[in-house]
Design a protein around this ligand. Structure first.
Ligand code: IMP
Ligand code: MG
Length: 170
């Protein structure tokens, strides 16, 4: 059985709030939204329509899980890199969820070397109880308990990404 942890209305209103906040914070800045594939695509698509200032988008994919495993291994590799340099740009990472933190820790370290003007994190979900390395998101949609969630872009063994809500198995 699938139970809704966050329903459509809750997600929509929070995404609107974050979009307004980003629009205010990045006014007159060269903003690049960097979407971490694949889990963040729906969050990005909804957030884009709530940001009222100019911006560009780019994508990056990393692997940190073994197939069928629900814990990140701590070993992260870039599976698809950005298409453009980010030197001097204000980069906002759009991530689905911060769990142990290994993925973002690795991404931040590798992006810092490319000298962006600023580098911040916007995560739809945060599971602070699971943190293994120190990573903090600057914008967080929802802080959630230590449960494996899926839907709204996030997958359960590759499935359920298209659910319009964030669900848990019960
Ligand atoms: P971390 O390296 O442990 O922080 O893992 C982060 C990545 O693992 C996220 O970008 C997700 O792709 C995936 N992940 C972590 N927790 C969940 C979950 O509850 N559901 C689906 N994917 C998750
Ligand atoms: Mg991810």
């Amino acid at each position: 059985m699938i139970e809704k942890l966050l329903d459509e209305e809750m997600i929509y209103s929070r995404v609107c709030e974050i979009g307004r906040q980003i629009s205010a914070d990045y006014r007159n800045r060269d903003l690049l939204l960097l979407c971490i594939l694949k889990g963040s695509v729906i969050f990005l698509a909804d957030l884009m329509r709530q940001i009222t200032i100019p911006y560009e988008i780019d994508f990056m994919a990393v692997d940190s899980y073994g197939k069928g495993v629900r814990e990140s291994t701590g070993t992260v590799r870039i599976a698809k890199d950005l298409s453009e340099p980010i030197t001097g740009r204000h980069v906002l990472i759009i991530e689905d969820i911060v769990d142990a933190g290994h993925t973002l820790f690795y991404i931040i370290r590798s992006l810092h070397l490319r000298r962006p003007a600023s580098l911040k994190i916007c995560a739809l979900l945060d599971k602070p109880d699971r943190r293994k390395v120190e990573v903090y998101a600057d914008y967080v949609g929802f802080t959630i308990p230590d449960k494996f969630v899926f839907g709204y872009g996030l997958d359960l063994d590759g499935k359920h990404r298209g659910l319009p809500f964030v669900g848990v198995e019960v």
